[in-house]
Design a protein. Structure first.
Length: 180
């Protein structure tokens, strides 16, 4: 699991990325659950309904059961929380479990900036980033535009992965030679 204090371990450039001209990242805490759950519901309402997930109370309870503030970052502009993401540091990859923005904050390029920060973390750790998206979600196009590749398609979700050029080159060089 990626802990909030680990971000500083990835160099001074990484710390500089935490504060942007219009927004900043702050660690979440357990008292933030209702705030981030509301942002998630507003961000996901149309996608949930398009995918047949109408029970918002059940969806919220499921989110509460899995909420881990130590892996959650709030995206803040002035004093307003625009969105959040949840990142887990797995043994062989970073898992972006959630990246949500309030609808009024969508389309401003902040999500792309967040992905760039996460890509730098992944490159520094020599790990790919993986994530799952609902099949009918607009997020599918977003992640494809930002260099993620569809690696698996399931009935309930699509699985994407991003690998830095360095990681991809290393994996190719370690691939067993083909014997004719």
């Amino acid at each position: 699991m990626m802990k909030q204090d680990e971000i500083g371990k990835h160099g001074k450039d990484q710390q500089a990325l935490l504060k942007r001209p219009s927004w900043r990242l702050e660690p979440a805490n357990s008292a933030d659950f209702d705030l981030v759950a509301d942002i998630r519901q507003q961000a996901m309402k149309d996608n949930m309904e398009a995918n047949g997930l109408f029970d918002h109370a059940l969806y919220r309870q499921s989110f509460k059961d899995s909420f881990d503030p130590a892996s959650t970052w709030k995206i803040i502009e002035e004093s307003e929380v625009l969105g959040f993401y949840v990142l887990w540091n797995k043994q062989d990859h970073l898992y972006l479990e959630r990246l949500y923005f309030h609808p009024k904050a969508q389309g401003r390029g902040i999500g792309a900036d967040i992905l760039n920060i996460l890509k730098q973390q992944a490159t520094a750790q020599n790990k790919p980033i993986r994530l799952e998206v609902l099949p009918q979600s607009r997020a599918n196009a977003f992640y494809l535009r930002h260099g993620f590749e569809l690696i698996e398609e399931r009935e309930e979700e699509k699985v994407y992965e991003w690998k830095s050029c360095v990681i991809a080159q290393l994996m190719e060089s370690w691939a067993p030679a083909q014997i004719p």
